[in-house]
Design a protein around this ligand. Sequence first.
Ligand code: SF4
Length: 704
Amino acid sequence: MDMAAPRHIKTTCPYCGVGCGVIAEVSGTGDVSVRGDESHPANFGRLCSKGAALAETIGLDDRLLYPQVNGAHTDWGSALDLVADKFGAAIRDHGPDSVAFYVSGQLLTEDYYVANKLMKGFIGSANIDTNSRLCMASSVAGHRRAFGADTVPGCYEDLEVADLIVLTGSNLAWCHPVLYQRIVAAKEKRPRMKIVLIDPRRTATSDIADLHLAIKPDSDVALFLGLLRYLARSGALKRRYINGHTTGFKEALQSAELLDLYDLVRRTGVAGATLEQFFALFAATEKVVTVYSQGVNQSASGTDKVNAIINCHLATGRIGKPGMGPLSVTGQPNAMGGREVGGMANMLAAHMNIEDAVHRERVQRFWQAPTIAAKPGLKAVDMFRAVADGRIKALWVMATNPVVSMPDAGNVEAAIRNCPFVVVSDVTAATDTARLAHVLLPAAGWGEKSGTVTNTERRISRQRTFLTPPGDARPDWWIISEVASRMGHGAAFTFSEPAEIFAEHAALSAFENDGARDFDIGAHGTIDAAGFEDLEPFQWPRTKQGSSVERMFTDGRFFTPDGKARFVNVQAPALAATEPGFPLTLNTGRVRDHWHTMTRTGKSARLSRHYAEPFVEIHPEDAARHRIGEADLVRVSTGLGAILVRALITPRQQPGSIFVPMHWNDQFASRARVDVLAASVTDPTSGQPALKNVPARIERFVAA
Ligand code: SF4
């Protein structure tokens, strides 16, 4: 029997924002195995446990194979007609703001582009927001305030040439493991490299930390104000850089001067000598990268935390140079790509500004659209509030599971259940959200679809097809284009392959580029299918000569009207009062081997071995106080609800705080959805929910 030779397809991991290159090998009999792509600049062949287990998660269990209407199988034509009719009727009867798309950092850039184009240019509303709002909206807002545009200044290589890496609110070892591996390898080669970890918990990342500041939750702004004050007092400021390339320093420093060491100790809970050790190390080390993630972003003061960090880098001129700068690491594989095409309620495509009439007119003219959203739309939390109070009549959820991942998830579930018309397009029908849909649309999954994603360091990589979509599954961009066509907008949605969408996106990024924007991949505006297929990973922006820009702001010019960066005058937030009856602080986060709501990683027995069931980490003192023993069932409660999880007693927690992972949901364990416990408190600037630092209580569960 002739056996076809194995095929090797270069693609990109669909999990975290590191964006590792993967080679999928498909054997002659159709078996798939994966390995790291040695030539990909994000990982140089490395993969973490999740990436290495990708082949175990692409089976057909739970796959949504055919369109469904009210639980009954149907054909694509009938399902798409119904979606277009219902959305059209809501818009006709209640206006464009009566409909909403809730999309996902799992979508490819081309999917995001088409969804954003339909909503903002053809429906005429900006009610499109994304689960990336839960992950990096505060970084976006902080970048825009400081730099004039949402731009990550540095790149991964900076982590290998830095002499000091400050990891704040980031368990890199578990959440961005390949970046962690790159740092570990660099530290082995260059032992003088120092690592400071700023995190209320002792995590796996602590293993490489030379210094751990176990700060109280949400005391980061105070900590970095204290650092700014120290830098000023110790002569570590770069006055020439501050005067030549920034504005607002004086006011920012005045706020920092309000906090003395005594205040800092009280607010952060860290000993004065330890704080001064960190400050002195930062002041004395030229090559510093500050890496931050969800511990910074997922907070009611998330944007201020981001700017407090950036302020310290601007004050020392440590930005735009090798081994220096603030680096926000994104959670999802394409959180960055969504930002590029305006897949958020407060942005336009190609990083243009929805509040700017010139930008709105430019995008509308480029799209030849009948309209353009005139104002920002509803951000994620507000969107589901609008679903709850009846303002949203038709909702389309794409590739995400808000019934598990949104704060106040119980009320989000009730809101979706009561929404007059709900569409879910996804690879699976088994999510807690998909169960509530009137219409289910089967989407192609990883390996079955083609397009691009952008990682943390602005690197655009291809995801390529190596599997045939099962059943009737189709790519998201096709589904959205078909609905657009049925709504009467066919002429603007004639895409027949993702290369055409990428080319349009690239052309828009260069269209009448007035030099005031940060995003330009216009060199690809004429790319054809073959060129798209061969596209090698590259970082945006791309110069007119076609080379990628590794680091931004190397010339000290920013995207503000006067070209200067802005110090943001942040204030330390008021100390939170403890809530009567809820004396503990609940923190949430990831575990090493699971991803989001486990719709894929939950299929791998190997990945589930690390932690087989949901748990709550409790400090031994708190466990003793509540008479809780190891592996006891524990009820964790807040003002909004309660979950049942196993006790894991560990000194990794500080007394008074507990930790529950975010992944488990009703599909895998009854009553373990931790996000039902978090109130929908948001950062006032970014709209990002505060999924950490939630007042809670615990008690040993005794069955009645
Ligand atoms: Fe995938 Fe992230 Fe792991 Fe890389 S580090 S293999 S992108 S999950």
